[in-house]
Design a protein around this ligand. Structure first.
Ligand SMILES: [Zn+2]
Length: 639
């Protein structure tokens, strides 16, 4: 801070005697955001809450413009990369991101080393690559970043942020925020620092100078392959990343050791003469933290072979004490419920399925949701957004994918800091390491179930049911938006907002929005209707022991390749790397998933023509998907 007083940020996480690796100062990676731009900027500071689009709407109402300013945003509310992206869209020239104690500091519990939460000087490193556009090496979209790959220039890479971005601790943010003047921040924007939060701008100026080393370095993936004895050209792929910010005891090593234990168990089995029916590939990815680089480049490089041979991809990442959570392709939901019903929870001795259901049912938002969970025998899996190495497999290639992990009783505030250490993990992550074993059992069984099944355990009924729910959601979304737009336009027309505002404060009324037309969902509704009929037939015919002369290779290929039919050739609007029409990370949420993303985001952005186009595209992919299900049924019918 250069004005009104001078403050130099410490940007240093201190040594704590309770944490043995916190003193490895010379080996520690400094605090920074990967893929920030180089820059040397001085400007007035503006507090923008989480820095998501709705926060800038609010600023507009207050007559505050961030053009030419440096913004300071809180962590939370979105993936971190969204904050500088939206800031630069609004003309800001620099971005600071700080960890408010409300998010993962003293407002949540005792701070480290007394408790697990983020201390005063803890900062969250992390990537700000615009991954919702495409992940991986920014210079090689769609192709593997091999030594001789044709590379874009930095200026051509569409996912590089153009302004300098820096993460800081709440210790360093406090002097800046307490110096801000201007309007008091809205109640919802307040964090847990002992100050009155002001927005600025005003006398508070900051100087941000960042310079990075842009040289090209290698990423080293570790790939181990066990050849299948019956279906060598059908691959079950299991992965976790091995790179970390600093020590990474939780993220990613708690998941990586579970994967290594699975691989060790398989090697023991192999010593007895066992061989898997399908080929199993174990992967340890590099470069996940800067932007899913190791996995994305590997997937892009081997794309056509993977689309031929991969049956499924099973991912894990950080793991800890608590409840099983699974996200993934809904074709695999039924199988995951069966597996979860076979594994014992280390703390309570019920199955991990019952524990996960209990957690979900008691925490569900509505009575209906609670009833649904209690009424279902199986596990509900969530859709995949982004944030780990499954992204290229499912969203770029359409390979059925899963992300598996335990957690919820390991809450902490050391994510991407030097304190994500063995000493922290041993006290607060998974003190007995029993959830590491539970993960190895869950992911190991999933791998084996998929490698050993004569007919792949895919369930299209669950997929149909889930997509039907997504369709209900997007139709409700546009209906709600239509109604709220009409009411809002009336409020604007009758000057109600202005009359409700405090006349002594600056207030700029929003402008009326175009009223919303009715769009036609019938093609998608009809496609889903046909899919439902096909799945009913398939379920009746499905057998794990089909007739002896069944063409298993063709049958399994139809099952494994069905998900690829859900890809659209052109990909999503403005981000063609993402090809899946059912699951994608949100363009303005980052890690958070958008289901039926083309349709949903077009509605959110009020692009009606695009929404209609995306409905037709999604319907077409569902029809092609259905054709695969029908073809599989036909094989099962043959004598
Ligand atoms: Zn990770």
């Amino acid at each position: 801070m250069t004005a009104p007083t001078k403050y130099i940020a410490k940007i240093k996480e201190s040594i704590r005697k309770e944490d043995r690796t916190s003193g490895q100062v010379s080996e520690q990676l400094p605090v920074y955001n990967a893929w920030s731009a180089d820059g040397d900027v001085t400007a007035e500071l503006v507090f923008v809450n989480y820095g998501v689009p709705s926060d800038y709407d609010q600023l507009e109402r207050m007559g505050i413009d961030v053009k030419g300013k440096i913004v300071i945003a809180k962590y939370g509310g979105s993936w971190r990369g969204i904050k500088p992206k939206v800031a630069q869209e609004y003309g800001a020239i620099g971005c600071l991101i700080y960890s408010d104690p409300q998010e993962d500091g003293y407002a949540r519990g005792d701070v480290y080393p007394k408790g697990p939460f983020r201390p005063n000087d803890g900062a969250q490193r992390g990537s700000v690559l615009d991954m919702p556009v495409y992940p991986g090496d920014p210079l090689t979209p769609n192709i593997g970043a091999t030594a001789d790959a044709k590379r874009l220039t930095q200026a051509e890479a569409l996912n590089l942020i153009k302004i300098p971005v820096m993460p800081i601790s709440y210790g360093d943010a406090l002097p800046l925020l307490s110096s801000l003047t201007g309007p008091v921040a809205p109640a919802k924007w307040k964090g847990s620092l002992p100050i009155t939060y002001h927005i600025g701008p005003g006398a508070t100026k900051v100087h941000l100078k960042l310079q990075f080393d842009w040289k090209l370095v290698d990423c080293l993936n570790v790939i181990a392959k066990i050849k299948g004895s019956e279906f060598p050209d059908e691959w079950v792929i299991r992965g976790n990343h091995h790179d970390a910010w600093v020590n990474g005891a939780n993220d990613p090593l708690s998941g990586m050791v579970a994967e290594m234990e699975e691989a060790r168990a398989l090697s023991e089995l192999m010593k007895t003469g066992w061989k898997p029916k399908r080929t199993i590939i174990y992967c340890a990815w590099d470069g996940e933290e800067p932007g899913l680089i190791g996995s994305t480049e590997w997937v892009e490089h081997h794309a056509s072979e993977l689309q031929q041979k991969a049956v499924a991809y099973i991912n894990s990442d950080g793991n800890g004490r608590g409840f099983l959570s699974v996200q993934g392709s809904h074709t695999l939901e039924k199988m995951m419920g069966e597996i979860a019903g076979e594994i014992t929870d280390p703390q309570t001795s019920v199955t991990v399925l019952e524990r996960a259901k209990s957690y979900r049912a008691t925490n569900a938002a509505s009575i209906k949701a609670k009833k649904d969970i209690l009424g279902s025998k199986s596990l509900t899996i969530d859709a995949l957004g982004s944030g780990s190495d499954y992204s290229p497999f499912i969203q770029h290639l359409g390979i059925p994918s899963l992300n598996i992990g335990f957690g919820g009783e390991d809450d902490a505030g050391v994510y991407h800091s030097i304190y994500d250490s063995y000493d922290h993990y041993k006290r607060f992550g998974d003190p007995t390491f029993e959830y590491g074993i539970a993960l190895a059992k869950t992911a190991g069984r999933t791998t084996l179930r998929l490698s050993e099944a004569t007919v792949l355990p895919f369930d299209f009924k669950g997929f149909h049911k889930t997509v039907n729910q997504y369709l209900t959601e997007v139709t409700a979304l546009i209906d709600d938006l239509r109604e709220s737009t009409e009411v809002d336009n009336q409020l604007i027309k009758e000057r109600r907002y202005v009359l409700a505002a405090d006349p002594t404060e600056k207030y700029i009324s929003p402008v009326a929005k175009e009223s919303i037309p009715y769009i036609n969902f019938s093609s998608l509704q009809n496609a889903l209707n046909l899919l439902e009929k096909s799945t009913t037939t398939f379920v009746e015919l499905y057998s794990t022991n089909p007739k002896p002369n069944t063409n298993l290779v063709t049958l399994n290929q139809l099952l494994a390749h069905a998900e690829q039919k859900l890809l659209s050739t052109d990909g999503l609007p403005r981000r063609p790397w993402y090809k899946h029409t059912i699951y994608a990370p949100g363009f303005y949420t980052g890690y958070g998933v958008k289901t039926l993303p083309g349709i949903r985001e077009a509605i959110e952005q009020r692009s009606w023509k695009e929404a209609q186009e995306q409905i037709e595209i999604a319907a077409k992919t569902i029809i092609e998907y259905t054709a695969n299900v029908d073809a599989a049924s036909k094989i099962l019918m043959m004598r």
